[in-house]
Design a protein around this ligand. Structure first.
Ligand code: 28F
Length: 636
């Protein structure tokens, strides 16, 4: 706690507020790892973006400094610095230190804004070792410094200027954060998202931490229209430009961009005042209602629904849809602190009305695109009916076989899923060794014969017909898709074990695609692993050593150079070369083996990667392989 004598300590309530943030930072910023670190950055950034949304700023500069601090500057109006008559403290100091200072919702100049307001800046201030703020306003340059949130002196005029705007430089407090190194990529991604969402706003990112300075500029004149094109980069779109609308009503802005592709996934991103709402909300509900009803009205009026029982459903019309729904409202009501879902009831009706009007006009003006989009939806409707029939058949069939487990599955003895493991092994020879080498009490083995179907590319009915797919599905025991019930999972470790060569990696990717598409919760809850069989065996005399990659093998050889005996090194071509006890010793024994747990850090990114690697479009895959080929070889 600052001593009474120091400036600013006069307002004990202020310091207690900042102290509260430093005591329980996770309550304000979610965590104190790299996510929390970048949260204090986005809180500052959001305030500059709010100034842009309000129409007073068109440039934001982000600089990463050698000393580990970050500078964010905008050319907005500048935070007011006049002294408040009651508090005898400048507005700047109030918004920087007083947790309870009003946000910008007093309906004044600040009508629409997205951040936590006020609270955001205060958290960043309280959780930074120091903050240096400069405000350019009324022809003057004013500064104020803070340490762990406490102002060090009153606001001071340090020069004259014709500029206007606000600049904060802050150093995250290493007493608070477990991670204090900025991720340029995370910052770039956040700025890119804002740049797409705020057409005409320019971001300049500079990284001064290395010898060679990195500078990026982001600017999208077409805003979310460009965003949809960016999201569809690796897909085949049914129209060359997205549908775009930007309308306002009752103090609310509704901006929508959307474009269909030939993929089967739906990717609709929703934002309120530039803040992403991962769980959608009333704006998404309004958008979906308008989309389904407009397409059905147009389809009925143009007799495009032949063969469809009833009307097209929401799922039918959203297959292959990429869309960004960005609304701006003055008083957003969210569910939860992290703004995951928008709750304002009035939003649904307004969004639905505006989208219906604009989208119907678009369909009438683009009959060929309309026909194409509705054709896709009709196909989806029919395929869903076929898939349902096929799924019922599979479930009926397996029910008839009294949910018989696949013949090739060598099950384990234990019935306690928590200790049971399922090894999904490539090829019968490795499968045989695994069956012999395993611990029968807890380890089951399911050999895969040949390549399984690429489930990313085909519709559900085609996938359901694939034998390997059904074997894995039955062995897991949790059902698939929307009937998935994790509580029925028979193994709490599902370990994919394949050769470390290109074929093996392809099998691993196919199995991961299947799990990502139909059993995603298994990945999200950490049940999925990839075995790391050894690549090298080194024999020195009678002793055998195994290594999973070149680096470890070389390090060992270096260390054991003066052992006197000549080491014999050989590289495993595949699992089949190992006899059962070698396979047990190196890859299956819980004491010795190395397993990689599969996690999804960023769902969007994963979706994109599977699409690029497993989707129909070849060029994106080619670009990826050319870019990473040599890395892949080195790594293996
Ligand atoms: C680098 C981070 O924080 N920029 C900001 C403004 C502008 C105004 C403002 C901010 C508190 C209660 C008003 C100026 N003139 N960049 C930033 N730019 N905050 S934060 O006002 C906050 C006051 O109401 C501003 C007229 N109105 C608002």
């Amino acid at each position: 706690m600052a001593k009474k004598s120091e400036y600013g300590a006069s307002n004990i309530q202020v310091l207690e507020g900042l102290e509260a943030v430093r005591k329980r930072p996770a309550m304000y910023i979610g965590s104190t790892d790299t996510m929390g670190l970048h949260h204090i950055f986005t809180e500052i950034l959001d305030n500059s973006v709010d100034e842009a949304i309000a129409g007073f700023c068109d440039n934001i500069w982000v600089t990463l400094n050698k000393d580990g601090s970050c500078t964010v500057q905008d050319n907005g109006r500048g935070i007011p610095i006049e002294i408040h008559p009651q508090t005898k403290v400048s507005t700047l100091e109030t918004v920087m230190t007083n947790l309870h200072a009003g946000g910008k919702f007093d309906g004044g100049a600040y009508k629409v804004s997205g951040g936590l307001h006020g609270v955001g800046m205060k958290c960043t201030n309280a959780l930074s070792e120091w903050v240096k703020t400069v405000v350019y306003i009324n022809g003057g340059e004013y500064k104020q410094d803070y340490k762990k949130g406490a102002p060090q002196a009153p606001v001071e005029k340090v020069g004259n200027t014709r500029k206007t705007g606000t600049k904060h430089t802050f150093l995250p407090d290493s007493e608070i954060f477990t991670e204090t190194v900025w991720s340029f990529n995370k910052i770039l991604k956040k700025c890119r998202q804002h740049a797409y969402l705020t057409a005409g706003l320019t971001f300049t990112l500079t990284d001064n931490r290395e010898e060679a300075t990195k500078i990026f500029q982001l600017y999208f004149e077409d805003g979310i229209k460009s965003y949809v094109q960016f999201l569809n980069l690796d897909e085949k779109s049914v129209s060359d430009t997205p549908f775009y609308m930007n309308k306002s009503e009752d103090n609310m802005w509704v901006e929508v961009a959307m474009q269909y592709t030939d993929s089967m996934d739906e990717n609709v991103m929703c934002y309120t005042n530039n803040i992403i709402n991962p769980e959608g909300g009333t704006h998404l509900a309004g958008f979906r209602t308008a989309l389904t009803s407009t397409l059905n009205v147009y389809a009925q009026n143009n007799e495009l629904l032949r063969g469809v029982k009833g009307t097209l459903t929401g799922d039918d019309v959203r297959e292959g849809l990429t869309a960004v729904v960005s609304i701006k409202v003055t008083d957003p009501q969210f569910e939860g602190q992290t703004k995951i879902k928008l709750n304002n009831p009035e939003v649904k009706g307004i969004v639905s009305k505006l989208v219906r009007e604009e989208f119907l006009t678009y369909l009438k003006e683009n009959p060929s695109i309309a026909k194409n989009v509705i054709g896709k939806a009709v196909l989806a409707n029919k395929a869903k009916a076929a898939a349902k029939a096929a799924r019922d058949a599979v479930i009926r069939k397996s029910a008839l076989e009294s949910s018989a487990l696949p013949g090739k599955l060598a099950d384990c003895i234990s019935n306690d899923p928590a200790e049971c493991e399922l090894y999904v092994v490539e090829g019968d020879s490795a499968g045989g060794s695994a069956k012999q080498g395993r611990d029968r009490h807890t380890q089951a083995v399911l050999p895969l014969r040949g390549k399984i179907i690429n489930t990313h590319k085909y519709r559900v009915d085609r996938v359901l017909g694939n034998n390997e797919f059904n074997n894995i599905t039955t062995a897991l025991g949790v059902g698939i898709g929307d009937t998935l019930d994790i509580s029925k999972l028979r193994y709490h470790k599902v370990i994919i074990m394949s050769d470390a060569d290109v074929d093996g990696l392809h099998i691993t990717t196919l199995v991961l695609t299947l799990l990502f598409r139909f059993f995603r919760p298994l990945i999200e809850q950490g049940y999925i692993y990839v075995a790391q069989p050894p690549l090298f065996k080194v024999e020195i005399g009678k002793k055998r050593y195994y290594f999973i990659n070149e680096r470890e093998k070389d390090a060992f050889l270096l260390k054991s150079k003066n052992s006197g005996k000549k080491p014999v090194v050989n590289r495993f071509k595949g699992l089949g070369e190992m006899d059962p006890e070698q396979l047990w010793d190196t890859t299956m024994s819980p004491e010795e083996r190395v397993l990689k747990q599969v996690i999804i850090e960023d769902g969007q990114e994963a979706e994109h990667t599977f699409e690029m690697l497993m989707g129909n479009e070849v060029p994106p895959r080619k670009r990826f392989i050319q870019k990473y080929a040599n890395k892949a070889i080195l790594d293996v």
